[in-house]
Design a protein around this ligand. Structure first.
Ligand code: ADP
Ligand code: MG
Length: 237
């Protein structure tokens, strides 16, 4: 099947890698027109400060390593950094923590990205089912998804109606409609995110898993603040 693959995906496959870093996954999202906090890689504390000054404070620093999947579990995420001194300290803390907790991890560096304003936390995912092929998942983020398994699934390709139903069938939907004075989330933006991903995975069989956790839903728009993609070593038939 002829597939025009994103260069980031093509490069990873050529190097025999199946896990895209947050940086790489967000580059792909960005090119799909999905709003994200695009990170930049720093390999020294000074470089991290330079990037932060260009991005504008507050910023977030995160470990970048092919051996770290859950970055905060190893002390690899620092939020709400307001100045150069805090960025410098955070860079050193992250390198120290990760090397203490995962001595064998290969450290590419530390990424710098803008700090997103708080929104309703949701997660959007894709897994590949042995029978049904790619399946999209939508749920509320945080405790709700972990504790209550409050998620909706649809087989790719999604219709606009599928996307609309996915949002509305989760138990936590009232939180997206506006709850106790919080404004309603932009449902159209979330539906459009689901449809864009559906289209992307349908065109790109090399992608086996996508994990956008969390996505922040706002009164206007939605923003992917963390991203991960897993590729198949060879395209599925
Ligand atoms: P992990 O690999 O541990 O899932 P994340 O990138 O999701 O790491 O970061 C952990 C948490 O930090 C997120 O769940 C989110 O609450 C917060 N966070 C991460 N990036 C940003 C950002 N750019 N702006 C605001 N909050 C963020
Ligand atoms: Mg995350």
């Amino acid at each position: 099947m002829p597939v025009a693959t994103h260069p980031v995906i093509a490069a990873a496959l050529q190097q025999g890698r199946t896990l895209l870093s947050e940086l790489e996954a967000k580059q792909v999202l960005h090119d799909l027109g999905i709003a994200t906090t695009l990170p930049q890689l720093a390999t020294s504390a000074e470089e991290a400060v330079r990037l932060a000054e260009a991005i504008g404070y507050p910023v977030v620093l995160k470990v970048s390593s092919p051996d770290v999947v859950h970055k905060s579990d190893v002390g690899g995420v620092r939020l709400q950094l307001r100045n150069g001194a805090e960025v410098q300290q955070a860079f050193q803390d992250i390198c120290h923590q990760v090397s203490q907790r995962l001595p064998a991890a290969r450290l590419e560096g530390v990424t710098v990205q803008r700090m997103a304003p708080p929104g309703v936390e949701v997660i959007v995912g894709m897994t590949t089912d042995a029978t049904f092929g790619p399946v999209l998942m939508f749920g509320l983020g945080g405790v709700l998804v972990e504790l209550l398994q409050d998620v909706a699934f649809r087989i790719v390709p999604l219709t606009p109606r599928d996307a609309a139903e996915m949002l509305r069938e989760i138990k936590g939907f009232p939180l997206l409609q506006g709850y106790r004075g919080t404004p309603p989330a932009d449902l159209a933006a979330l539906e459009s995110l689901l449809l864009t991903l559906s289209d992307f995975v349908q065109r790109t069989p090399q992608v086996r898993e996508i994990d956008l956790n969390p996505v922040y839903a706002y009164p206007q728009g939605a923003l992917a603040v963390d991203a991960r993609m897993v590729l198949a070593a060879s395209p599925s038939p």
